[in-house]
Design a protein around this ligand. Sequence first.
Ligand code: HEM
Length: 556
Amino acid sequence: MAAIKTCNMIKTVSPSALKRVVSTSATSRNTTTPSAFVLEQERTATCPFKNILNTKPLWRNESQISRDIPAASSELKSFEEIPAPKGLPIVGTLFDYFKKDGLRFNKMHEAYKKRAIEHGPIYKEKIATISTVVVSDPHEYSKVIRSEGRYPIRREMEPIAHYRRQKNLDLGLVNDKGENWYKLRTVTAPKMLKMKEVLDFCGPMNDVGNDFVAHLADVRQSNDEVVGLEKELFKWAFESIGTFLFEERIGCFSKPTPTKAQQFIDHLQEFFKYLQPLMFNVPIYKLYPTKLWKKFEYHSDAVFQLGRYFINKRVAELEKTVQLPSASKDVASEQRVPFLTYMLSQESLTTDDALSTAVDILAAATETTSNAMLWTLYCLAENSEAQQKMYEETKAVLGDSKDINAENISKLTYVKAVLKEALRKYPISWATSRITQEDMEVCGHHIPAGTHIQANLYGMFRDEKLFPDNDSFKPERWLKDSKMDATLKGLSSLVWGHGARMCIGRRFAEQEMHIALTKIVQNFNLQYEREPIHATLNTVMTPDRPLVIKFEPRSL
Ligand code: HEM
């Protein structure tokens, strides 16, 4: 497989505004002064990407790659000189995505990889109204991480933001910016990212996991195949996040699935399906409601109404049984109260803020974790050796016990490596991004403030130079004693984004997935006997057709 080209530094321009930025980045790479070094350490102390920030530049010694960071601003190349595919005025490269055998919006991950191979570690592209710079060099992207500031900005998910504005709804945690976003984030983060808080949910997630394997055993056909696995995993994901938000079970595994839960799941899947083409196409929907927009709007209405239904139902129950704290007296994040109770008690949030955030979390949690699980089960079903190693680890750590708790979960190191490797091969969030807030230098080019810049995650993960034998599923890459460069080990975090705006559900998602995967492998031997599956984008990366896996019971 061809590897992505890497930076070649050349001549030119000296935008004086960049002096400060360039000299910082040049120093941090080469002759670090004590003060710059201290600054660097302070900035990276809590960053999950710190390995990349703190180690020497990648590939410095590799013969294929001759690149050097310019020593002075006079060597900087301009933004205009960033390589770019040819496009037309106004529409840019839009038609490349409609040509027969051309690129496709539902294969953007492949498009980014192809463009990077053609144009190198940095290229820019304008697709209709969207202009973006794509970086495929982990070290270079780390500069973007370092400069993201107190209020990092991601590009809006335009169709969602447009929908919310039209309906007079708050933009919410996912789309809001600046102080508004910060207010929501600082209230939510302690409850969702503190390890102690998340470990408290090990018990309830263990119960959800037990019920899920019983459910899988039940829905298996006579030949052990589970047909409609994606729907079953959606139920699991919804049950898991519901348990976290409400500290009450939704009952998704009962027969039949409760109508409202099934409706929420169905509408959410359609919502993500229509979101993908709307995000990249010309936003005509802002002028008049296209057919596609109407479908998206229909499913958005349903997701919002059903999300509100679940939340309001729980609030009404809580009001009957417990005294909801008054909004003038914040409940501390360590207090053991349901997430909703905690949110509603926060003085800094309006009731609408609290409810919008809960709907955001319901929606953000379901499609993501169910697809991450689908890919991981697919990888395991295709790799009996990895599956066996994982089974042996579960036996060694848990014996015959069904209980995963705050203590033994930390010992499931191979399980964790399995998830990382599955997300390397199939990064459900295939690119991560920021809008730059200051002028900076990346790959020797001037990047003005306000540029939308993305890390080409799929391209990096599938780069043979970075991950040798990258078509193979090798969880061992991620184990502590593996020989993989520590810098590259840090790359696995990027599927969760980075810095102050990293996925707020990361800890929760990892825990629920580690538990469910462990239980599945404890109970079943997985087999996949059909044609290889490929990836397509329904906003997140999903299998391009229904995945049918055999769940053969293990004799315990
Ligand atoms: C496999 C599972 C998941 C993956 C790979 C994933 C990935 C991501 C990524 C890449 C971002 C953007 C971060 C950034 O810009 O730096 C994000 C944001 C977010 N995620 Fe997740 N996510 C997952 C599961 C979840 C779950 C389970 C929840 C809720 C419990 C959740 C809630 C959110 C929210 C609310 C945001 C917006 C945060 C903000 O902008 O402050 N995600 N996620």
